[in-house]
Design a protein around this ligand. Structure first.
Ligand SMILES: O=C(O)[C@H](O)[C@@H](O)[C@H](O)[C@H](O)COP(=O)(O)O
Length: 232
């Protein structure tokens, strides 16, 4: 048994997507009902596609939901590896098309020079974030907090909202929310598929070196509700 507060296991990835989309939608709508607006950060990569499709078909007041990305590859928005391209194609469609999306990529040549403009663009983004959906790599990275990057110390310690990251073992320079920006979310979901990622999570739970496996930062520091959703 995985030793986290809430571990939900599914045999089918589509069933996971249905259940997680329903929970996220309910939490966003509750925040809208209480605060007049809500905020959601999602990760890129391959894991969340079914979740994005379900969310796009879920009936809440999306026009009052601010959506952004946990991290972004510093590539053109039309690039195949762009997370913005991914969520515009699979999430910001159908009922969710009216969501207030704020992307992380801008016209600057590098994420280092682009961070200030993106922080300006996020000035009215509601915080603390209501919901953050994290993925994880088998090196224990989450967001773009890559253990192989020179910026891993900064990612896990800065008080800044965003930072630039240059991963050694993954393509493209990145822009990413910092650990302190993420940990204060009201709800964090870690969305995982496959036995390899389950083994990686269990390894992360056994140790405490956060720079070696940055997901540990969330496992150790979260003030938020923290649920793991896993399917084979
Ligand atoms: O931009 C990204 O790549 C993601 O934000 C990243 O943090 C992702 O969640 C993990 O790398 C897992 O990716 P997969 O879902 O493709 O395994």
């Amino acid at each position: 048994m995985v030793n986290v507060p809430v571990f939900k296991q599914f045999d089918d990835r589509n069933e996971l997507a249905d259940k997680l989309a329903g929970k996220i939608a309910a939490q966003l709508q509750e925040s809208i009902d209480n605060n007049g607006k809500a905020s959601l950060l999602v990760s890129g990569g391959s894991t969340p596609l079914a979740l994005f499709k379900r969310l796009s078909q879920t009936a809440i007041e999306w026009r009052k939901v601010y959506v952004s990305l946990v991290d972004e590859r510093w590539v053109a928005k039309e690039h195949a590896d762009s997370n913005e391209r991914l969520i515009r194609k699979y999430f910001l469609q159908n009922l969710a098309a009216s969501a207030k999306f704020v992307g992380l990529k801008n016209m600057y040549d590098t994420p280092e020079t682009g961070v200030p403009m993106t922080e300006d663009h996020l000035a009215s983004f509601p915080r603390p974030f209501d919901v953050v959906v994290l993925g994880m790599g088998n090196d224990g990275h989450t967001a773009s907090w890559f253990p192989c990057s020179q910026e891993i110390d900064q990612a896990l310690s800065t008080d800044s909202l965003l930072l630039a990251v240059n991963p050694g073992a993954a393509p493209h320079p990145r822009i990413s929310f910092s650990a302190k920006a993420i940990e204060n979310a009201r709800q964090i979901y870690l969305h995982l598929h496959g036995d390899d990622k389950l083994a990686t999570l269990e390894k992360a739970l056994e140790g405490d070196d956060v720079k070696a496996m940055p997901i540990r930062y969330i496992l150790q520091h979260k003030s938020a509700a923290f649920d793991v959703y896993w399917s084979k």
